[in-house]
Design a protein around this ligand. Sequence first.
Ligand code: A2P
Length: 345
Amino acid sequence: KTYRVAILGATGAVGTELLELLESRNFPLAELKLLASERSAGRSLKFKGENLVVEPVSDRTLENVDLVLASAGGSTSKKWAPVAVAKGAVVIDNSSAFRMNPEVPLVVPEVNPQAAAAHQGIIANPNCTTILMTVAIWPLHQIQPIKRIIAATYQSASGAGAKAMAEVKTQAAAILQGQEPVAEVLPYPLAFNLFPHNTPINDFGYCEEEMKMVNETRKIFDTQEVRISATCVRVPVLRAHSEAINLEFDTPFSPDTAREILSNAPGVKLVEDWRANHFPMPIEATGRDEVLVGRIRQDISHPCGLELWLCGDQIRKGAALNAVQIAELLVAKNLLKPAAAYISQ
Ligand code: A2P
């Protein structure tokens, strides 16, 4: 069986990766539509050696589609996902628009594939830092429930889109030529700098990105029990995020056991060479499917604490790959059914 797929946001950083993944993973396509804003009208992108024309998203271009992979920002998803669903498509949405909606499954295929079965037309792809963290810590949580997570993130420019990636390069070039860096897409110069994640801050002093890690992890793990605190920081790396994670359990968790579990965990690659001081790095995570995990060690400040470090390609596993894996899961479980079935219920 083959499916008619549309990529909404096809010209963006995640959209172009979606295109690459549908090709390299040989997704069963009957047709592929590339959708973006009016700005991209007339552009074309290569798919399997052919040029596909990018069309503006509209009621018309969302007709006759089985699956929409959306990565065009929250407001675009809010506007067009319900339209696509009403027209019979299933939408896998990369934005934060529907993630915390109780009727929308929030899925990381290595963690909670079963949640996808309850979809009513929309499935949400989690926040990138949350995806990377959950893939790495879920296998440990299966052995001993995690009580508390303290995370610090080092997030690349790609999380802010293709324009932010280009801006960091331009800023770096300007600085190297002795000029002032210009920040238009990002709030401050990122080249040779870093800054706390620039999403709105709540009454407790946490920014939205940090609260996504808290709320989405609990939803994906299907528990409100785990306590989570995060500090999210944007760093001048192009496209892979890094995270320092401290886990607390009820009883001690041996680093060797964690190492053994993670060396066999789906979607995880252990990268640890203690002698060479070689651990996960964003440049080595870039372009890879797995979350690289290493520096697993006992927390010397707490007998039941465990420290680890991870890097993962934000555009790939943090976004496009996770979405395509959800699509593959829907195909394998025969869950890619026209949403009309749900609407008429
Ligand atoms: P466009 O290139 O036409 O602006 P990124 O995350 O890399 O910034 O990419 C965002 C993606 O979302 C792009 O493909 C962009 O298309 C698309 N997009 C942004 N705003 C809209 C909109 N209002 N309608 C449709 N697509 C949009």
